[in-house]
Design a protein around this ligand. Structure first.
Ligand SMILES: [Zn+2]
Length: 400
């Protein structure tokens, strides 16, 4: 493992003007414009990928009566990690997880066995109490967002849906340059529910992992108190191991939240709930990605994708036209018309980790082209504008 010389995501965030922290809000991130572009672009990618898999997005309250977590069983196990307070003699909490609220949306109407699986996704803002002493950048925060999904399935659909989820996770990670590793986490000593249901659920997960043809390890007694899970890890470019996604089977919340579907025989039955967050916390994931790439984010995720650099003021007018053309084509371009030398503009764009620099001089204007240079210092030469636009769009589509 080579960790010396690795920049921390807080340092990268500051150098690239992505986000900051302030003593007024310990454990919460102030996103700056460029950082927020990364956040939204990543979220949009996750949203589009899950929509294709039949997920429906919801949004539920952040401030909610504590009673819901008493009903779901979370309060008993999770009280110290929650922000709880009184409003007008009523106990309220900031939600530490989205699960019980998803169950409320599911339970808002009568569901039939043919409606299942129902897959609800949510980018819910969560709060969990951590001591200020252990807060650290985007990795230990009090406020964060999970790219959460709750699948409500019939027991006979568990295997198939877990397999689909595994494929989805592998595909998303591949687009982000990571190869996932899988672990099956089994029944802890302090588990809720009967042993037989646990064993069946562990078997379901094991079969799904085998069907997905992935190698996996076992984490003995490391399941959540309400069901077994599959933990998904990655290794970053510095050889460090991170646990990101979790696929969690749950037989308890459906029971506690009293949700059901009407089966073929007309009887009310309990759905099984599957919890899944692909990146885990979006904030933490961006932190990991920044350290993994040391700020050299892939083109599609870079807040500024190209910097247009006129060589002298004489080219400003034509260079601006090219800049506007790129913006209209959906490319995140910036226009550097400061009266600095070309060398210093290139140095600044390189330090800001802008993937491409488009240099515009008389030669370029005469040939309706652009001289392209990469942040790695590679000279791609003179490229016609339409051809260059096509190349950029391909890079966005292929997530390069
Ligand atoms: Zn959940």
């Amino acid at each position: 493992m080579k960790t010396s010389g690795i920049k921390d995501h807080r340092q990268i965030g500051q150098e690239l003007d992505l986000f900051s922290f302030h003593e007024y809000a310990p454990g919460a991130i102030f996103w700056h414009p460029k950082g927020w572009i990364i956040y939204r672009t990543l979220q949009e990618f996750l949203r589009n990928t899950t929509l294709l898999e039949g997920y429906l997005e919801i949004s539920t309250p952040v401030l909610i009566k504590t009673g819901i977590f008493k009903k779901s069983g979370h309060l008993e196990h999770f009280r110290e990690n929650m922000f709880n307070f009184q409003i007008e003699d009523q106990a309220y909490s900031l939600k530490p997880m989205n699960c019980p609220e998803s169950a409320i949306v599911y339970g808002s109407q009568i569901r039939s066995y043919i409606d299942l699986p129902i897959k609800l996704s949510e980018y819910g803002i969560l709060h969990r109490n951590e001591l200020t002493g252990v807060l650290g950048g985007a990795f230990r925060v009090r406020q964060f967002t999970i790219d959460d999904a709750h699948l409500f399935v019939r027991p006979d659909q568990i295997g198939k849906e877990i397999s689909k989820l595994l494929r989805l996770v592998i595909e998303v990670y591949k687009s982000l340059g990571f190869k996932p590793r899988f672990y099956l986490a089994t029944r802890p000593d302090k588990a809720m529910g009967d042993v037989k249901t646990w064993k069946e659920a562990e078997k379901d997960l094991e079969i799904a992992l085998k069907n997905a043809k992935v190698n996996f390890g076992i984490k003995h007694k490391d399941g959540a108190f309400y069901g077994p899970k599959i933990d998904i890890h990655i290794k970053d470019s510095h050889g460090r191991d991170w646990q990101l996604a979790t696929i969690q089977l749950d037989f308890q919340i459906p029971q506690k939240m009293e949700i059901f579907y009407v089966d073929k025989d007309g009887k009310k039955k309990q759905p099984v709930m599957i919890h899944c967050g692909i990146t885990g916390s979006i904030e933490r994931f961006i932190g990991i990605l920044l350290e993994h790439t040391q700020g050299n984010l892939p083109f599609w995720l870079s807040p500024v994708q190209i910097s247009i650099l006129p060589i002298t003021e004489r080219q400003n007018r034509e260079a601006r036209k090219i800049y506007e053309k790129l913006l209209k084509s959906g490319i995140r371009a910036e226009f550097d018309n400061r009266g600095k030398t070309l060398q210093s503009k290139i140095r600044d764009a390189t330090l800001q980790k802008v993937p491409y620099m488009g240099i515009i001089g008389d030669k370029e204007i005469g040939s309706e082209s652009i001289s392209v240079r990469t942040r790695e210092g590679k000279d791609l030469g003179l490229i016609k504008i339409p051809e260059f636009l096509k190349k950029l769009k391909e890079e966005i589509d292929k997530k390069i």
